[in-house]
Design a protein around this ligand. Structure first.
Ligand code: UT7
Length: 332
């Protein structure tokens, strides 16, 4: 019997209109365009300014874009997964709300939180459901409203992050296309280096935590950089080796957009030429769970059926990993 694989069959995306440029950040904190560009590769990021709109707003827009472009009937979607580090509300599933709003009335839905690796892990979850034969249409959305947890007086974090969302549909494939292999890792040693101290079960919100600005992202950038640069390169090289892929066999590297220097180091280690590396950090910054699907959204028209894509991500926790996927369609 032929093995059923899980292929991406449609892509959608959304970024808010408001552009926060390096020039504007220069007026907000002690920084400059030259430092941000050379240290991170970021020129601008998008910020969701709409009142009372959370991550679900971004996720719904990305899903609606996918539905409109692909013509998929939302009532046929079996499962909606929202990969996010910034859910609308604590406790209540953001994915359940998104599923209802997009008309996925027959789906079950839940969120997956693994910081910047959320979408990568979500791809694995979606593919497993499809490969098992249990479900036929799985919508994976990576969405984050990072501006809701960033201190815009802290120059070490506010220059990095942006808001956005991307969505992909996974369906069964009988031609051997789609997800081929994965290598996912985590290490709890990382939690001290990238976190929000308050608002969780260890330190619930209080007057004190608000006063101490403990509800914002804290990052020890240097330490995270060291782990990210070696681990992202390691897993990407490993997945190539394990699948007998030379740099010529790799058509695209789809790397998490945390820092252009980390992306370059990963590509170098793999021997992949710069023109095969998907990049949008210059325009969106680090959109956390949305970086990978937004890359697919931006590059969809250049992708060809049978292309070998290597995804790689690294995030808080620590969480990281790599996925090898064969692209399943030519864009219309
Ligand atoms: O997506 C999840 C995973 N996250 C990551 O992978 C992020 C990994 N880390 C990084 O990308 C980098 O560490 C950062 C971009 C966050 C920082 O770059 P860096 O080259 O590691 O800078 P640094 O933290 O070592 O700081 C170097 C200097 C410091 O000044 P001194 O101590 O050398 O005088 C900082 O105070 O740059 C200073 N600095 C800034 N200067 C201008 C820090 N932030 C800024 C800024 N503008 N925004």
């Amino acid at each position: 019997m032929k093995k059923t694989t899980a292929a991406i069959t449609a892509v959608g995306g959304y970024v808010p209109d408001f552009v926060l440029s390096n020039k504007v950040l220069e007026t907000m904190v002690d920084t400059n365009d030259e430092w941000i560009t050379t240290r991170t590769g970021i020129k601008e990021r998008r910020i969701l300014k709409k009142e009372n709109a959370g991550t679900s707003y971004l996720a719904i827009k990305a899903a609606e874009d996918l539905i409109q472009k692909s013509g998929v009937d939302p009532s046929e979607i079996d499962f909606v997964l929202v990969a996010t580090a910034t859910p609308d509300l604590p406790v209540a599933s953001t994915a359940a709300y998104v599923a209802s709003e997009i008309g996925a009335v027959n789906a079950f839905a839940y969120d997956l939180q693994a910081a910047c690796s959320s979408f990568l892990y979500g791809m694995s979850t979606a593919a497993s459901y499809i490969e098992s034969g249990r479900y036929k249409k799985v919508l994976v959305i990576g969405a984050d409203k990072m501006s809701s947890i960033i201190d815009y007086t802290d120059r070490t974090t506010c220059i990095i992050f942006g808001d956005g969302a991307g969505a992909v549909l996974f369906e069964p494939n009988e031609e051997g296309l789609g997800l081929q292999d994965e290598y996912l890792r985590s290490d709890g040693v990382g939690r001290q280096f990238l976190k929000i101290d308050a608002g969780g079960s260890i330190l619930p919100a209080s007057e004190e935590t608000v006063k101490n600005k403990q509800h914002y992202v804290y990052q020890d950038g240097k330490s995270v950089f060291k782990f990210a640069v070696s681990n992202m390169a390691d897993v990407s090289a490993l997945i190539m080796e394990r699948n007998n892929l030379s740099h010529e066999d790799v058509h695209w590297l789809v790397p998490h957009q945390a820092n252009k220097r980390i992306i370059d180091a990963t590509a170098n280690r793999m021997g992949v030429e710069p023109e095969k590396v998907m990049i949008n950090i210059d325009r969106y910054g680090n959109t956390t769970s949305a970086t990978l699907p937004l890359l697919l959204f931006d590059y969809e028209k250049q992708l060809k059926k049978g292309d070998n894509l290597i995804f790689a991500a690294f995030g808080g926790g620590f969480t990281w990993g790599s996925i090898y996927l064969k692209w399943a369609y030519n864009s219309k």
